[in-house]
Design a protein around this ligand. Structure first.
Ligand code: BG6
Length: 484
């Protein structure tokens, strides 16, 4: 069979996301030989730019690539300018695609449309792409040719608006052609959570309410909005990272074993577990907003944030999965900007030993399994051992798998290249299916509406702190125990 004629169209090519994420990810794939040598990357946006001007704009964002590889990559990049809402630009783009594919009529063709754009223009852009750029005419192997569309969050602001958007896109492209990115699904340790859970016998008997006391899923950033206040204020921390990234992590912890590795079997199980989660009650929610401290501006000092905004930059939310495996186990989600450190991790705390025969501080210690996503991927287990040396008392120690020391030669790529490669290969496993998105929005929509209506208190917390103290009180109330 002929080699695939692959064209990647980056819609929104002159924007920030494209420069900072999409093109560097494509360059990474190109540099490491994951894109076929005949790939072409066509940028599309409203700004009038020559091919050369686009390349000059991109070059500073590709600094990590050796010069020869970078220039070879840039040579594959060209540009078409045009509006999003009228046909002529799309027709020009279609002519470029058709011409390219007709030069290799025996080969199947793949068109990957990557929308590096705000979702408000998705409907018109997808309509343009569908009507003008989605029929591959020339290939003599039509069965092996494909068109796929990659879109990125935010997918709406609540259940209804997300459904509306999904409906629009669904009228244009069937689910098999839509790739909804949640970049947390491309992270090494998210993917590993799945393997770890279902490949280790010693874990499976522990994985339920019988042994697990609580699960904490934590996302902390040590910086504020950094000029993104305008965007952030419209969404807030729940929509920005919890409804998507953290709920995905929760789904991997909570799901049942899928029948097979088929992407739909996996996503079926994720949907099932999400559907077992009721919207949180307000007494299981603590929200916060950071204030100026240590010379750092507070959220409201960001000039792009509307005065007096009540948008939360911190949230701690306790969810329960109402099924046999998890009933009564609190899943404590915590996410915040401008906190004391940058960290994302999943921490599974087991019940304490029922009858502890040893003396000493560790009598109330609990085993914990921690999967750290970032920084520095690691899996470690807090467990109790004899204090080394002449002492006999038990102490809590760590069984540690630190990726950088264990696998020093492995490059762990960013999430974006992995996900783009999956889309090129047609693997939807790490993309969010429509019903999964719906289930995730259903959990948070009542809370979001209450927040928007000003019904939930917003606690101030100083920049670089651990967040509002009320969040610590909440997790202790639902059963989390600090290990000595
Ligand atoms: C994005 C959010 O989706 O994820 C950002 O919009 C957040 O606010 C980012 O900073 C976090 O991603 P990562 O990969 O740096 O943890």
């Amino acid at each position: 069979p002929g080699q695939l004629t692959l064209t990647i169209v980056v819609a929104g090519a002159s924007g920030d996301l494209a420069k900072k994420k999409t093109y560097p990810a494509l360059c990474f794939l190109y540099q490491h030989g994951f894109l076929c040598s005949n790939v072409r990357i066509v940028g599309y946006a409203r700004t009038d730019l020559s091919d050369q001007a686009l390349r000059d704009k991109l070059r500073p964002f590709l600094k990590n690539t050796p010069e020869d590889k970078r220039e070879a990559f840039l040579a594959t990049c060209s540009y078409v300018s045009g509006p999003y809402d009228t046909p002529h630009g799309w027709q020009r783009l279609a002519a470029v695609l058709d011409k390219r594919e007709s030069a290799t009529p025996k080969n199947p063709a793949g068109r990957l449309f990557y929308l590096a754009l705000p979702p408000s223009v998705y409907p018109q852009v997808c309509r343009g792409l569908k009507e003008h750029c989605s029929s591959i005419a020339t290939s003599s192997e039509p069965g092996r040719s494909w068109v796929r569309v990659v879109v990125e969050k935010p997918f709406g602001k609540d259940l209804q608006s997300s459904e509306d958007l999904a409906e629009h896109l669904g009228e244009l492209y069937p689910e098999e052609q839509l790739y909804r990115i949640d970049h947390y699904l491309g992270k090494e340790m998210t993917q590993n959570m799945f393997v770890m859970r279902f490949a280790n016998t010693f874990l499976s008997p522990l994985w339920s309410r019988t042994h697990v006391a609580n699960v904490q899923i934590t996302f902390k950033e040590d910086f504020g909005t950094q000029g993104r206040g305008g965007y952030f204020d419209e969404f807030g921390i729940i929509r920005d990272v919890i409804q998507n990234h953290l709920i995905q992590l929760l789904a991997f912890v909570g799901m049942e074993k899928p029948v097979s590795l088929h992407p739909d079997d996996i996503r079926d199980q994720k949907v099932q577990v999400l559907r077992c989660i009721k919207p949180p009650s307000l007494d299981n929610v603590v929200l916060g907003q950071y204030t100026a401290a240590d010379g750092e501006d507070g959220y409201l000092d960001d000039p792009t944030v509307p005065q007096g905004s009540r948008t939360p930059t911190f949230a701690s939310i306790v969810l329960y999965i109402d099924n046999d495996r998890w009933a009564g186990v609190p899943f404590i989600i915590k996410a915040g900007k401008a906190l004391d450190e940058r960290k994302a991790e999943i921490r599974i705390q087991l019940h304490e030993t029922p009858h502890f025969i040893f003396a000493g501080e560790s009598s109330s210690s609990r085993n914990e399994l921690v999967v750290r996503l970032q920084p520095d991927e690691a899996i470690y287990m807090k467990f109790i051992v004899k204090k080394p040396g002449l002492d006999t008392e038990p102490v809590i120690s760590e069984l540690d798998l630190d990726y950088h020391s264990r696998y020093p030669d492995v490059i762990i790529p960013d999430a974006y290249p992995k996900l783009i490669l999956d889309a090129i290969r047609g693997d939807q496993q790490h993309f969010v299916r429509r019903d999964e998105l719906r289930a995730a929005w259903a959990i948070f929509t009542p809370l979001l509406h209450a927040v928007d209506a000003g019904e939930v208190p917003i606690h101030p917390y100083p920049y670089s702190s651990r967040g509002p103290e009320e969040a610590d009180a909440l997790r202790s109330r639902v059963g989390w125990v600090k290990n000595s």
